[in-house]
Design a protein around this ligand. Structure first.
Ligand SMILES: NC(=O)C1=CN([C@@H]2O[C@H](COP(=O)(O)OP(=O)(O)OC[C@H]3O[C@@H](n4cnc5c(N)ncnc54)[C@H](O)[C@@H]3O)[C@@H](O)[C@H]2O)C=CC1
Ligand SMILES: O=C(CO)[C@H](O)[C@H](O)COP(=O)(O)O
Length: 296
């Protein structure tokens, strides 16, 4: 298959690499020329505009967008739109709001797949977990690419109609916030409490057979290994917050109580006063997403 990839940052480059490694062809575009050069070095065909990309792809275009959610998706879609037909498929692999996704799927001529993507830069080696929404035929058509980009055939599933993939990813992120908060609070008590503990050793012990072992806990272990038990100069400031906000907004609309996720979100917003738990969350976002670590 020939896949067009637009957006070649932390996540898009992995889509390119894994698709190429599975024997498919990739045509790549990014507004950043250096990002295009990296994709070309990996084996993709580079293009210098979206027009160029669509003319290389010809008919029955398969295009994966991996640009930041919001304006960048609309900008790319606006440029794609004149050359899209009902035979084409566009995937949005970013963290778009599910309602925006439904609107975009209605306005585009192409089959539109929303693809919640989890795994962060670690997905380069492991592959991602992909939560896909949209037309069944388009999902089935792109299964070979999803197999390549995900951990394998079990690493992706069609969740349902348009928007459902991004909806499931939104809730995934709400859960992510609550888990980070829970680990943060536990380690804060251990840090402030009665014993002088090596928190890397605690995390390592928990990661070996404990009920609460997980990838986030492995990232806690990595953070304590690299920063020390007191997290060195990692600031008490946690960026992000949009996907957690959407989760809470949706819970309010559906009248579903989410006290833990709400509490985790408010801790994040309240991160003007120093808290150890938030400093760990700040460091963990680097672990799973290579998001910048804010330092004191
Ligand atoms: N970093 C992470 O751990 C995860 C990120 N995501 C989502 O994946 C999407 C991409 O994230 P990252 O790769 O981390 O972002 P990034 O900032 O590393 O890369 C985005 C790329 O898109 C390019 N770009 C922006 N506007 C463009 C346009 N109009 N046309 C072409 N290229 C354009 C930028 O130049 C950049 O290279 C976002 O929606 C993000 O929320 C989802 C899961 C995990
Ligand atoms: O989707 C992700 C992980 O699953 C991204 O890392 C996302 O950026 C995390 O959300 P936030 O920016 O709100 O912390």
């Amino acid at each position: 298959m020939e896949l067009g990839v637009i957006g070649l940052g932390r996540m898009g480059q992995i889509v390119v690499d894994r698709t190429l490694a599975a024997g498919h062809d990739v045509v790549a575009f990014d507004v950043d020329e250096e990002a295009v050069e990296s994709a070309v070095a990996a084996g993709a065909r580079g293009t210098d505009s979206i027009d160029d990309l669509t003319s290389v792809l010809g008919s029955e275009k398969r295009i994966w967008l991996m640009v930041p959610a919001g304006d960048a998706i609309d900008a790319a879609l606006d440029e794609l739109e004149p050359s899209l037909t009902e035979h084409d498929i566009v995937v949005d692999g970013g963290n778009s709001h599910f309602e925006d996704t439904v609107c975009r799927s209605e306005r585009t001529a192409a089959a539109y797949l929303d693809c919640g993507t989890s795994g962060g830069p670690a997905g380069a080696e492991l592959g991602f977990s992909l939560m896909v929404g949209g037309p069944e035929w388009a999902y089935e058509e792109l299964e070979p690419v999803f197999d390549a980009v995900a951990t394998g055939p079990k690493g992706h599933n069609r969740m349902g109609n348009s928007g459902s993939g991004h909806y499931v990813k939104m809730v995934h992120n709400g859960v992510e916030y609550a888990l980070m908060q829970a680990y943060g609070e536990g380690f804060e008590l251990l840090h402030e409490g009665r014993y002088d503990l090596n928190l890397e050793a605690v995390a390592s012990t928990w990661n070996n057979g404990a009920v609460i072992r997980s990838w986030l806990l492995e990232l806690c272990e990595e953070a304590f290994n690299e920063e020390g038990s007191d997290l060195g100069n990692v600031a008490d400031y946690v960026a992000g917050g949009s996907t957690g906000t959407w989760t809470v907004q949706e819970a309010l609309e559906q009248e579903v109580p989410l006290p833990l996720i709400y509490a985790a979100l408010s801790e994040r917003f309240g991160s003007r006063n120093e808290r150890f738990s938030r400093r760990l969350a700040n460091r963990l976002r680097y672990g799973f997403g290579r998001h910048e670590v804010r330092r004191r």
